[in-house]
Each structure stands twice: as C-alpha cells, then as structure tokens.
Design a protein. Structure first.
Lengths: 179, 193
C-alpha cells in the first residue's frame, strides 16, 4: 500500500490543482458579487430624466416588486440589452425603473425616443453619486427588489433573453407570489 | 510623484553591484542588473500613461501629511474597473469618482476605518488589496503556513527515519578479514605506501 502511496499522493495533488485551475478559468473576474444583495436598497432622491422638476426616490420603488436598471448612452452593451428591457416591459409583469448614470440629459431623452422607453421613470444621476451608493462599477447593471425594498438579485452586464427566462422572470414570479 | 518613488527604488537596488570579485559573479551581476533595468523600464512604460496628470487631479490639501494620508489610502484600494490597478493608478471614470469620494470623506474628517467601511459596504471586500481575516479567507491567510507545517513534519519524519536505520554490524570473522586486508589493527595510510 505504502508503495503505491508515493505515486498516488502526487497524483491526488495534481488532480486537486487541475480542479482549482479549471474552476478558475470558468469564473469571470469582472463579476464582483455585490454585498448589497439581501440588504435594503440604498436611499436616493434624484430629478427625473424627462421631468427635472419632479423627483424619483427609493420610496417610489417600494411596496411592489421592482427593477432598477443602470444605463447610459455611452454604454455600448446598454444598447444591446435595450431590446430585452423592452421585451420585459411589454410583458407587464414588473415595473422597470432606470438610473441614467453619468449621462447627458439630451442624449438620454433622444435614446428613449428613438429606441423605445421600457422605463416607468428614470432618475438622472449626473455625477454618479447615487451609482456609487448602489455599488455600480460598470453599466449596465440590473437590481431586483422585493416588496419590502430589499435587493434580491443583481445582474451584472447586459440582460439577455436567456437571463430573462432563467433568472429574472422566475425570481419576479417567486417574489410576487410571496405576500 | 510616482516618478520620484520609482527613482528611489532604482537607487536602492544599484549598490548591490558595487563589490564584484570574480568574472563569474561579475557576469551574474550584469545579468541581474540588466534584468532589474528591464523590469524598471517596464514599470516606467506601464506606469507612464497613468502618471500624466491623472492621480491627485485637482485635490488640495492643508498639509503634506494629509496628502500622504490620502495617497496611502487610495493605494490600498482596488479599482473595480481596472482590477489590477489601485484607485491611485486607475484612469477609469469610476476611479476618478471614487477618489473624489474618498477625498471628500477625508475632508469631512472621517477616519480610514469609516472610509474603508463605506466602500466595502458598496463594493464588497473586493475593493481591499488586503483582505480581512474571516472564515472565507482563512484558506488564503493560513493555507501557506499549514503547507509549511506539513512540509516541516514530512522533513522531520524523513530525517528521523534515516537516523534510525541501524549501522551495519559486522561479524568477528568479517572483522578479522577486514583487519587482514588493511594490514594492521590500526591502519596508517602513510606507512602503507
């Protein structure tokens, strides 16, 4: 038995090493898990994009399952996910709010006029301070909140139809079914 | 600012080449020096673009000490966009904003723990280059020491096993033969030749 051990031990170490390296290869270092998941959403109060005189605050998102999507016109993959947001809005299952992050008001309004507007309302975060409170480090990012205003999920990167069907919609259905 | 510290580090390294004895060590030192200079060159090239007016953009400080405090703090924080750069080095939009945020908090009289807690609450432990000791990081903190301990135990065991192997005993007949071959009971090599 001990005769084989000298061959088996290095082999075992090698296998463990390969397992770790393989796992490491399949991880995306750009996706940093948010410490905000499971916590109440950060408070904010910002002028709305289309109507600067009115404000949008976290209070508007409470009392129902809601989505906050962080986007900007300078963000290329935001354009890619816009179709998916429109699809989600069309389903009528959830209110989508937007946080227009470090953008220009004119451009952002133009974008919505041209591509369609999936948002119930947009908060205009010109200096990105609210974005920092939400731990935003790269648009697009999408948060899902339950009725209590607790963040239940963060999707980093553009939403895809796959993500919609496999993560977002099931979670929304689950959150809405719990009283 | 960064340039100065780079020069300092190069100054610290060069005295190693002062005492050269043989050609062999001279060659080795030459290789070492060229390696170090290539490394420094790489550092300069890589750090070059980010130095140009990015770090410490327009921040004003009351004292040198305060400025140093700010610099030390942002050196320890990681930028989430350019993940291998600190907040001090990164030219990413987010790094600009976070530097401004850190600056504002320092001006507001917050201490390091409060500032770090602010960032960790939003971005997680990932912003820290120095991860805190907690169950999920035990492996990286203590793993190397555990490995070292295992290695030490294995080494001790191997050494002890070698020592415990008994010296080969020889029989009286073998002893007699040995003496015969060696010529006398107390062999003196000088006399033999």
């Amino acid at each position: 038995m001990t005769r084989y051990l000298r061959y088996l031990v290095p082999l075992a170490i090698f296998v463990v090493l390969v397992a770790f390296l393989y796992r490491g290869l399949s991880l995306d270092p750009k996706r940093v898990p948010s410490p905000l998941v499971g916590k109440p959403m950060p408070q904010f109060s910002l002028p709305r994009l289309k109507d600067p005189a009115a404000t949008l605050s976290d209070a508007d998102l409470r009392g129902k399952v809601s989505i906050l999507n962080i986007w900007a016109t300078w963000c290329v993959s935001c354009r890619a996910e816009h179709e998916v947001l429109l699809l989600l809005a069309k389903s009528g299952k959830v209110d989508i709010y937007g946080l227009n992050y470090k953008d220009e008001r004119v451009k952002a309004k133009q974008w919505l006029a041209q591509l369609g507007d999936p948002y119930v309302a947009n908060a205009f975060d010109e200096d990105g301070r609210t974005g920092i409170d939400w731990g935003v480090y790269g648009a697009p990012e999408t948060f899902i909140m339950d009725r209590e205003g607790v963040i239940r999920h963060k999707h980093i990167g553009p939403l895809t139809v796959d993500a919609l069907n496999n993560e977002i919609l099931p979670l929304i259905a689950e959150l809405q079914s719990t009283p | 600012m960064i340039k100065e510290t780079l020069n300092n580090s190069s100054c610290r390294r060069t005295p190693a080449s002062s005492t050269l004895k043989t050609d062999d060590t001279r060659i080795k030192h030459n290789i070492l020096i060229s390696l170090v200079s290539v490394l420094l060159l790489c550092l300069l090239i890589c750090a070059g673009p980010t130095q140009a007016g990015v770090t410490l953009e327009a921040f004003k400080f009351d004292s040198k000490a305060e400025e140093q405090h700010f610099k030390d703090l942002i050196e320890e924080l990681r930028c989430l966009v350019c993940q291998n750069q600190s907040l001090a080095d990164s030219d990413a939009e987010l790094a600009h904003d976070l530097r401004a945020e850190v600056y504002d908090m320092i001006q507001a009289g917050k201490n390091n723990e409060e500032i770090v807690a602010f960032l960790v609450a939003r971005y997680g432990d990932f912003v820290l280059y120095n991860p805190p000791v907690k169950p999920s990081t035990w492996l990286i903190w203590f793993g190397p020491f555990v490995l070292l301990l295992i290695a030490a135990i294995l080494l001790l065991r191997t050494l002890r096993r070698q020592k415990s192997i008994p010296a080969t005993e020889i029989t009286p007949e073998e002893r007699a033969r040995l003496d015969a071959i060696l010529g006398s009971t107390q062999p003196e090599q000088d006399k033999k030749t």
